[in-house]
Design a protein around this ligand. Structure first.
Ligand SMILES: Cc1cc2nc3c(=O)[nH]c(=O)nc-3n(C[C@H](O)[C@H](O)[C@H](O)COP(=O)(O)O)c2cc1C
Length: 141
């Protein structure tokens, strides 16, 4: 099994989630490529069994432009995309919380529910990340 964990992160929260996902996947015996899309682009997406895309949400529910560029560069809609992200309910409340995650998940018609983390995943939310990942790896999809 091979997984791509791609993400965009300005202040580190989404990167922390990506690293937790990566570490957990490695512990499960999955080969992982971690990719910060701000500085890198993965090659040959078809080689991956799972493609994780992580984003924060910006400016009233917006998807960061780097993530939009990445999606454009991918150029097609793989059917094995799982979406995760971080946000902050202080910016516009529940309606705008992690709205970019919802948009991406809908765009890729993801088979799995998306993961939304409030700010840093460290502490009590780490378990949420692990449970979500177990669902992605082991559900019937
Ligand atoms: C100007 C600004 C606007 C933001 N707007 C939203 C928003 O609309 N929805 C949301 O859930 N979070 C919003 N946030 C919070 C960030 O998405 C959150 O801090 C996120 O964890 C940052 O990710 P990063 O640490 O990976 O860069 C905003 C943050 C800033 C600074």
């Amino acid at each position: 099994m091979k997984a791509l964990v791609s993400y965009l992160s300005y202040s580190g929260n989404t990167e922390e989630v990506a690293e937790l996902i990566g570490a957990h996947l490695v512990a499960e015996g999955v080969y992982v490529d971690l990719c910060d899309i701000e500085s890198d682009r993965p090659r040959n997406l078809a080689a991956y069994d799972y493609i994780f895309i992580g984003t924060f949400t910006w400016a009233q529910g917006q998807t960061p432009v780097e993530v939009k560029d990445f999606v454009y560069d991918i150029g097609y809609k793989p059917d094995n995309v799982a979406v995760f992200g971080t946000g902050d309910t202080q910016f516009g409340g529940e309606n705008m919380f992690c709205a970019a995650v919802d948009k991406l998940s809908k765009f890729y018609n993801s088979k799995w529910p998306s993961l939304k983390i409030e700010q840093s995943p460290r502490g009590s939310q780490e378990e949420k990340v692990e449970q979500w990942l177990e669902g992605v790896l082991h559900d019937a999809n």
